[in-house]
Write a protein that binds this ligand. Structure first.
Ligand SMILES: [Zn+2]
Length: 70
């Protein structure tokens, strides 16, 4: 929460200038984004679940075909 360096007024994070005195606000410290745990907009666990479901469906289909062949 950046406070104005001139008048000390609290400003929202998305404000670049103080809403009261128009003083440019210092940029807030960049927040660490958890990019490592997100892949293409989905968390890693979601991809793991999707991959597991896909592999499971393939195994079931293959097993079903084998059982029918026998
Ligand atoms: Zn100000």
């Amino acid at each position: 929460m950046p406070n104005c360096t001139k008048c000390g007024t609290w400003n929202p994070d998305d404000k670049r200038v103080c809403w009261r005195c128009q003083t440019p606000l210092p940029k807030p410290a960049p927040q660490k984004q958890r990019r490592s745990s997100v892949l293409w907009g989905l968390p890693i666990w979601a991809w793991v679940v999707l991959a597991f479901m896909l592999a499971f469906s393939v195994l079931v289909q293959c097993g079903g075909l084998q059982n029918l062949a026998r």
